[in-house]
Design a protein around this ligand. Sequence first.
Ligand code: GLA
Ligand code: ZN
Length: 670
Amino acid sequence: MKKAFKRILYGGDYNPNQWPREIWQEDMNLFRKANINSATINVFSWAKIQPSEHEYYFDELDEIVEMLSKENYDIVLATSTAALPAWMFKKYPEVARTDYYGRHHKFGQRHNACPNSLVYQKYARRLAEELAKRYGSNEHVTCWHVNNEYGGECFCENCEKAFRVWLKDKYQTIEALNKAWNLEFWGHTVYDWDEIVLPNALSEGIAKDKTAFAGMSIDYRRFNSDSMLENFKMERDAIRSFAPHALITTNLMGTYKNLDYFKWAKEMDIVSWDSYPSYDTPWSMVAMSHDLMRGLKGQPFMLMEQTPSQQNWQPYNSLKKPGQMRAQSYQTLAHGADTIQFFQLRRSVGACEKFHGAVIEHAGTENTRVFREVASLGNELHSLGDQLLGADNPAQVGIIFDWDNYWALEYTSGPNKDLKYVNEIHQYYRYFYEKNIPVDMIPVDADFSKYKAVIAPVLYMLGDGMQPKIESYVKDGGIFVTGFMSGIVDQSDNVYLGGYPGPLRKLAGIWVEEIDALAPEQSNTLRFADGTDSVCHLLCDIIHLEGAVSLADYTSNFYASSPAVTKNAFGLGTVFYIGTQLEQKALEKVLDQVMASSEVKPVIDAKTKLEIICRSSQDKLYYFVLNLTNETLPLPQFFAGKVDILTGKALTGQTSFAPYDVALLCDERQ
Ligand code: GLA
Ligand code: ZN
């Protein structure tokens, strides 16, 4: 695969514009000592580079670019359009957003532009053009960073009008729209496009995440995501017109709910993202987010931001412990990153991020733990050179992640408010993570035939074409795993009539007659065929077998003795259906069977609590071995005798890994 970069970019967000000139030189000296080779600049400088409507000022940015170019940096140049200057709000209040509660905002904060404001669009496009005109041919500008963390939502009049246009384009006739949203319910039928209003607290809103018509809310999410994507494309194209070969990205946020990242990634040259786990985020969740970001394009990604030490915006901003930042960075590289970038290079003096960690802390020197750790990682990455860049992460298992389902599941009313999309996906992901079985996070339109098993938890919304696609995958021998809250609605959130799980009924060989919801203090019990008992939570499908066999039956509640987990042979393949939220141990039991029938293998054949991931280049296999637990762990014998590329030391059968220890080993590809 083609390498996007010549070296691992190592650096991050850098705001010399917030500092006097003498500090700049200090920065350069210190960064050199840390092998920093990249800086992301101009992220929030709109007010500086366009002080008024008709005036641009690039002197300072010129100096910054020149300074970094002299130091041979890979510059990641941002377009600054994520926080609007005050003059724009003063003259054109319409550029501000209107929130869910109908409050039109004033100047302040960031990520504050109405995506459908023509004024915002005009000035954002112009700014991107001016920047591209000026810096587009600078060979040190390696990557363009459009805006910053697109997100949020707007419910203003402009958006309302744009929503109507979007809907008209989608549905063509008002009758089709009424049908799609089932507006006969409560007599909400509309007769004209201009009767449609945005679903917020002033209209259909029940709570922040619920409206009376989930179908309408889901369409609004699609529209809002598309609106912001249009903003991105507009800036991207403006840059392209002056820098046709530019590599263009915008920084994403993992499992962030509001934007359909699979759709976005199709428009991006490379995916980049910001990884900010909190002190109690499971490592499997961090890994899943990386895999999702790699899955967006099925290609290596950029880690655009991580903190070297702590955040400021979480409730408890614990420090990363000694060695943790290094281990976390290698976990990121292991899952497909080609860059390691920090927010931020120098800790700001004031405002809300002054407690956010940085390479240079408020002490202002290199004599800090954080700086030493950053510098030593910089050294290692420098010695790695470009060998890892572009390497793949081969996987035989695909887990479906789908924003339509994310929205549909969380905007619907009932059956259980604790049902959270990301948590459900993560529970399955965790199984593979703990067994060191590589996984691709895949969209619904992925090519399933690449995978021995496709895992589709809570595949609630089944869009057009999905049923035949799954059917032919399974018929040809694929293993398909799904479960409760799957196959229930079409893409407009209307139920497939004729019994759950709708179009998946024949494939799964079952009929789900009812769905019970359990409160947190409630649980049910079930028994597996081998006699083991287990507890289950959240939701319980009451299942009738229609060809499938039961792997576990409920043993409590009025549906005791009816199946909870089933398996159905279909064509050459098999469908597993898990009708309730199992405990991890019980899920493991079922997924062990899935793995046995699909013959999927872990990276190495050994039981270990170390995280082991393999990236493969054309001729080499790179094994990352990470200890992300609190205990010291033995090295699996498979690796004995190999040399750790990072330290040059040979590992032996006696080698053990202390917490946060990492090794990188390499094999020729057979
Ligand atoms: C986000 C933003 C940065 C900064 C960091 C702080 O990722 O993109 O500008 O605010 O958070 O963690
Ligand atoms: Zn708006």
